[in-house]
Every structure is written in C-alpha cells, then in structure tokens.
Design a protein around this ligand. Structure first.
Ligand SMILES: CC(C)(COP(=O)(O)OP(=O)(O)OC[C@H]1O[C@@H](n2cnc3c(N)ncnc32)[C@H](O)[C@@H]1OP(=O)(O)O)[C@@H](O)C(=O)NCCC(=O)NCCS
Length: 349
C-alpha cells in the first residue's frame, strides 16, 4: 500500500504579541508564575475583528499549497481540526473551501482539541493510502483569545493559550522509505470534564452531579445558552491543570513508544520529536523520560503559548524552516489533550 508524505507545510501567527506582563493588566498573575509553571513568555492574539480561525488557516494553507507546488484547485479533500470554530456550525472546513475558491471537494471537521491535528493527519493518511485522494489539505487553527476568561477567575486557563494556524498538504509518495509509517490514536472519556467547555451544549447537567449550566425555566428551548450561564461565567473553558499534567506525562511517552515499537525503532532513532506544546514542563518531562537530547526535540511554547490543534503543525513548520528537519529524518509527532484524547504519528521526511 502506498504511503503519504508531507509535500508542503505552512504556518501563520498573528502579529499581535501579548507578553505575560501584558496579562497582568487584566488578572492577578505574574511573569514569574507563568514562566515557572508553563515556560510561556508570550503568545499571539488574532486581530479581534479582522481575523478568524478560518482566515488564519487560509494564510497557513496558502504557504503549504505553494510549497507543495500546486494550486488550491488541486486540493481534493480538506480535514480541518479546531476547537474554536468561526461558527458553532457549519465547521471551518467549508469556510476554508469557500475562502480559497477550491472545487466542491469534501471538507471534514475534526474535534479532538489538542490532538486534533494528529487525528486529522491520520484520517488524511488513510484516504491517501487507499488511493481515494491525492492532495489533502490538513489544517489546525485556533482563535482562543475570543473565548477565554481574562479575569483572575480564569487565569489558570487563559494564560496558557494562544492563537495561530498550521497546515500541511499530504500527497502519496513514490519513495520506499519516506512518508508516514504509522499513526496511533487513543481516547479515555472517563475524565471528559477535567478539561472542557460545557456551554453552549446539550448536556442538560446529565453527566455530573455538579451544575455545569444554569437553565431558565422555559417549557421549551432556552437550554443551549442562557443569560444565567453568561452571568455565572459558565461559558468559559474549565481545566483541572494538575490532573491534566499527571495524565499527560504518562500518555505522551506511552504513545511515542507505541509508534516506535510498531516500526521496530527506538527513541535514539528519532531525529526530531514535535510534542504538542501544552506546557514546557510536560515536554521536558517527556524528553527526559525518553532520554532524548535537546536537539532531538523542538519546543516553541515560549513564544506562542498552547495553540491546541495548531501547535503541532506550527512547531513542525518552524523546525523545518529553521533547518532542524531534513530529508530522510525520522520525525515523531505526539499530542495529548482534552477528552482525554492522545495520539502520535511517525514519519520519515
Ligand atoms: C495549569 C498549570 C500551569 C497550573 O500549575 P500548577 O502548579 O498545577 O498550579 P495549580 O493549578 O495547582 O495552582 C497553584 C496556585 O496557583 C494559582 N494560579 C493559577 N493560575 C495562576 C496564574 N495564571 N497566575 C498566578 N497564580 C495562578 C492557583 O490559584 C493556585 O493558588 P492557591 O495555591 O492559592 O490555590 C499546570 O497544572 C499545567 O500546566 N497543567 C497542564 C495543563 C495543560 O497542559 N493544559 C493543556 C492540555 S493540552
């Protein structure tokens, strides 16, 4: 069966740089606290009205498509990963198709949060392997700055996240030892509420004894989003940071080892590990656990924060642009996040 390769890659980071110090204007936090716990120094925020999750994806996609040496009309399928879509529905895939004037191709939206890009890549990989498509655009893009609680109440979440987009064009490869060797996807919904945004949603407080949403008493409707929910700040993401941390440091190494074992390889064989940029401490823990040198891992959370589905393609693109990934290199992508969901992809560049 044929393999798929990354034929072009692009990234887009909004111009607006927001430092830790900038955030102290809105909440009780400090540069020291944020750097010590997460490694983050600054992040980018999209223009409030001039940029959306999809427009950032367009910028990253243009570069990826150009680097692949093709036109937007050559793309025959879109897989778009995000947790911060322009609309609740329809998804960003169709908005990207429209904005880039692509043909009436399929556009699939993936909702797997921080592991969204790995899931999206895996889906695209299967379509290439079976021969169904030849040029698939795989995108991760997020505009977190629109939906965070910038008061002290939301500081454990809001200091971590940033905006940006990354995209790749996946194509079949003719070379025997090139492309995606395997992808590995996992989930454990037991702790779904540990890192989640509950509202708007149809849960009706069904899953937990805690009241996740305050509904009004209307006989019909009005349960999706109410004034009460907004008044009680139930429209923001929630995170039990330490619980996420504990699970992440187990599952990251596990899924990387799973990818290596499936291909009869070892950590020392990895030329570049691109971990999802959740927290610099998590990446450092994973690096240490696998016994990798600094030059075998690329981190950029210091500059961009956690960009969720965009973090892996942004970091991969940056490492490649900096000459840290060369043809023939073994590259491992790995992610863990809300769901929980996690996954890895092992490929030869
Ligand atoms: C979120 C995270 C940085 C918090 O660090 P932590 O050391 O676990 O901190 P805690 O949540 O236990 O909070 C410690 C204290 O800092 C405070 N705090 C939280 N956010 C703060 C902030 N931005 N600035 C200052 N203080 C803050 C807390 O209120 C708490 O105060 P208390 O001790 O008086 O109650 C860390 O848990 C983490 O990175 N977890 C993983 C999160 C992640 O990766 N999420 C994305 C998944 S893909």
């Amino acid at each position: 069966m044929r393999r798929s390769k990354i034929a072009g890659i692009g990234k887009y980071l909004p111009e607006n740089i927001v430092s830790n110090k900038d955030l102290t204007r809105y909440m009780d936090t400090s540069d020291e606290w944020i750097q010590e716990r997460t490694g983050i120094r600054e992040r980018r925020y999209a223009h409030r009205t001039g940029e959306t999750t999809t427009t950032m994806a367009v910028e990253a996609s243009r570069i990826a498509i150009e680097r692949a040496g093709i036109q937007p009309t050559d793309i025959d399928f879109i897989v778009f990963a995000t947790l911060s879509p322009d609309y609740y529905f329809p998804g960003c895939g169709v908005l990207l198709q429209r904005a880039m004037k692509m043909n009436e191709i399929g556009a699939l939206d993936v909702r797997n949060q921080c592991s969204g890009f790995i899931y999206a890549l895996s889906v695209a990989d299967q379509f290439i392997k079976t021969g169904m498509y030849r040029n698939i655009l795989v995108v991760g893009s997020e505009k977190h700055s629109f939906g965070l609680d910038f008061s002290t109440r939301g500081r454990n979440v809001s200091v971590i996240f940033g905006d940006g987009a990354g995209a790749v064009v996946l194509q079949p490869t003719e070379k025997a030892d090139q492309g995606i060797f395997s992808t590995h996807l996992h989930s454990d919904g037991e702790s779904a509420e540990i890192l989640a945004m509950f509202n708007p949603g149809t849960h009706a407080n069904h899953w937990t004894p805690n009241e996740l949403a305050s509904f009004n008493k209307a006989e019909l409707g009005d349960m999706f989003m109410s004034h009460e929910m907004i008044e009680k700040a139930q429209n923001f993401p929630n995170m039990d940071g330490p619980a996420v941390f504990k699970k992440a440091v187990v599952k990251f190494p596990e899924v990387i080892m799973e990818a290596l074992a499936a291909n009869h390889l070892q950590p020392k064989d990895i030329d570049m590990l691109i971990p999802h940029q959740a927290n610099l401490r998590i990446s450092q823990f994973v690096q240490q656990k696998l016994g990798l040198r600094d030059d075998q891992v690329h981190n950029n959370i210091q500059q961009y924060g956690n960009t969720t589905a965009a973090s892996v393609p942004i970091a991969l693109c940056e490492a490649w642009e900096q000459g840290k990934i060369k043809e023939g290199n073994l590259v491992c992508l790995a992610a863990f996040g809300s769901g929980f969901t996690w996954g890895s992809a092992l490929l030869r560049w």
